[in-house]
Design a protein around this ligand. Structure first.
Ligand code: ZN
Length: 210
């Protein structure tokens, strides 16, 4: 589904959506649940792409449903794999998660990918703007392309409603609130979360902050 010009949602990855942006260079954002790479590849195929067409793979954060196929997709595509520096310790299990996230990570085994680059300068990768949005996890990032915000797990949508990411999985509520305020200052029309369908902004962002 093309949400806005050059921004594709891979329907095959319902449950934790993967997005493809065909701007200056083809970019894949997040990589779906482990062991389900076939869904990502089917989605790419549907929009006329092979893994080798992808130039960059961007991870919004290190939760298993976002990094699940990063290792294999990096190998197949030879794309540059990017991740938040603050998430590397979790990604490589050098630092233990707590609560629910620890259980999820223990249950869902992921082949750990080699990360090529980390987001250090908070600028642009190709024509995509990186916005640091800690809260759900320490290093979570959101990505803006033209009128579209790829929100990762900063927010979710359900039945036409926009919600902040669930409290149970939130690393730091205060940081999340601050990130929501910061992102709200940016201009975009579409909000594309991993969980739930894309939604038009309208005045929905304001409802999140109240
Ligand atoms: Zn997450």
């Amino acid at each position: 589904m093309e949400i806005a010009p050059h921004v594709h949602l891979l329907e095959e990855t319902k449950g934790s959506y993967v997005y493809v942006i065909l701007g200056q260079e083809p970019v894949l954002i997040d990589t779906f649940f482990p062991g389900k790479i076939d869904r990502v590849i089917a989605g790419l195929d549907r929009i006329g792409l092979k893994p080798t067409d992808i130039a960059h793979i961007l991870l919004t954060h290190s939760d298993v449903d976002h990094i699940g196929n990063a290792k294999r997709l990096r190998e197949l595509s030879r794309a540059t794999l990017w991740a938040p520096r603050e998430e590397l310790a979790y990604l490589y299990h050098e630092q233990k998660d707590h609560g629910v996230r620890r259980i999820i990570r223990a249950l869902m085994k992921v082949d750990k990918p080699a990360i090529d680059r980390t987001y250090d300068s908070w600028e642009y990768i190709s024509d995509l703007e990186l916005i640091p949005t800690p809260g759900h996890t320490p290093g979570h990032v959101s990505i803006r392309y033209q009128d579209v915000l790829i929100a990762g797990d900063l927010v979710t949508t359900r039945k036409g409603k926009l919600k902040r990411s669930p409290g149970l999985l939130t690393w730091n509520q205060q940081a999340l609130q601050q990130s929501l305020q910061e992102v709200g200052k940016h201009s975009f029309d579409w909000i594309c979360p991993a969980h739930g369908d894309p939604i038009q902004r309208g005045n929905l962002w304001e409802t999140l902050l109240s």
